[in-house]
Design a protein. Sequence first.
Length: 394
Amino acid sequence: MCVNISLPNSHYFFPELESVFKDSQKVYVDNLEYDGEICQIAQHNICVTSNPKRSTCSKLYQLAIPSKVGKGSQTVLDEEVRRSREYSGGSGIQWNSEFVDHVTARVSGGLKKTHAGTLVKLTPHKLIVYGEGDFFSEHMDSVHTPGQNMTAVVELSTFHQGGDFVIEGTNYSNGEARLIVFDHDQMHEVTSVYSGYRISITFDLVVDPLTETGRKAPDITGVVERLAKMGVERFGFFATRRYLTTATGEYQELKGDDARLVELFRPYVSDVTKVNLFTDDCNDWYLESVWDFKNSGTECGILMFENENDPPEYSEPMIPSKTAPPDRWNPTVGVEEHIVKDKYCLGDVFPLWSPHTPKLVKSGKTDVHLGNEGFDGEVHENVFIIMKLLDPRK
């Protein structure tokens, strides 16, 4: 079976598919309306409440263990990346059931408001204490619970300066007790604490993105008919989320809008494949498996093919002119029959528009810091999801 190795840098736009993405809200935030016990640290006889006194914060900080950070498969202590202290299940922490139930209800409501799906499982992970000078540089969260695809953070009401919780450049802290829900693979950080103590609790979330989103699914039969009419056999889009792969190359399950868009096409496709792409100096997209060949000095075109069963054989195709291809494609009547194979689509994969802006990375994996633990696998920035269209005649 031939695998498409690279894709054009233009994406083709169908209004019906844009509606899958336009109502998405990647972060849910609200003030936490809870007044009571959070947890007990039994071994130190400490009761943590929603509004802990400064003396309690100081004691918590002094008795907690230093926080570690994930670097690749390693879990290490690196105070240039992260400095804080923490308690987890192994620290004898006992979560108050009323608090967990309250957070569960609030998270479920937030997921519904943001059309993110239905909460399947919520698991308290850690209580983290930041003192003066502490911080956590930009990172994405590790996966601690099977199926985890989102994270919730509760910030308690404590007096402190600094220690802002920032997700992809936006500050979500306001000095009050807050609940923040976001995709686990979104890059986020805690800025340096100038004074006082910042206390937060993290939760692992397993969310089903295909149920109870509160959105009406668009009718894509017209899109499918147009693709078939144009002779498209395989098509796809850049995923809107980062994905982890295990040491054996197994990808995470589809998440968020990626899962929703693929689900719309399920009745019309036979295969769904995830491939990780990266760029060369000309910003052309390649699969990692042919990078060494491309750099060997052999003359190669933008498009190359790899046979999965036999030794690789590569060829340079005839590349048609791509004069001023539109970024948002709205073809006039009569154009569809010729545009794909004759002019604009390199290879046999037709690229659909998605709101993801691919990262120009020179490696198939991204070296990012991971919250709490390392893992034996890779983080991928530019996953392209390929689907094979069923023959409408069958």
